[in-house]
Unconditional design. Structure first.
Length: 108
């Protein structure tokens, strides 16, 4: 299954989606996981640093090309897809994200 979001930051990665609702819970991320959240703000910087150092990517359910997550992911060269419908439902699933096309490929 392929879910279409909006392209935000080029690159691809495959990993298990981990839905996180608050920057306070960033320490729950595991290496190589794809962080999924509603949206990010500047207090999420720890998450971006962690993803950069440990691989992985980011999905948000809101946002566009100029949203916070997209801009910071481009700066850190982290694959990112934004505006993914019902991103929370991907929690625990293995996906491949393509930040250049905005596609999220859900693996069976």
């Amino acid at each position: 299954m392929v879910i279409q979001g909006k392209r935000a930051s080029v690159g691809t990665c495959t990993g298990t989606v981990q839905w996180i609702t608050s920057a306070k819970h960033v320490q729950m991320l595991k290496p190589g996981n794809i962080l999924a959240t509603k949206m990010t703000t500047p207090d999420w910087i720890e998450a971006f640093v962690y993803i950069k150092q440990n691989g992985g990517g980011m999905i948000t359910s809101l946002g566009g090309l100029t949203c916070h997550a997209a801009v910071v992911c481009r700066e850190y060269k982290i694959p990112c897809v934004v505006s993914v419908p019902d991103a929370q439902s991907l929690d625990g699933k293995v996906v491949t994200i393509d930040g250049a096309t905005g596609e999220v490929h859900v693996h069976d």
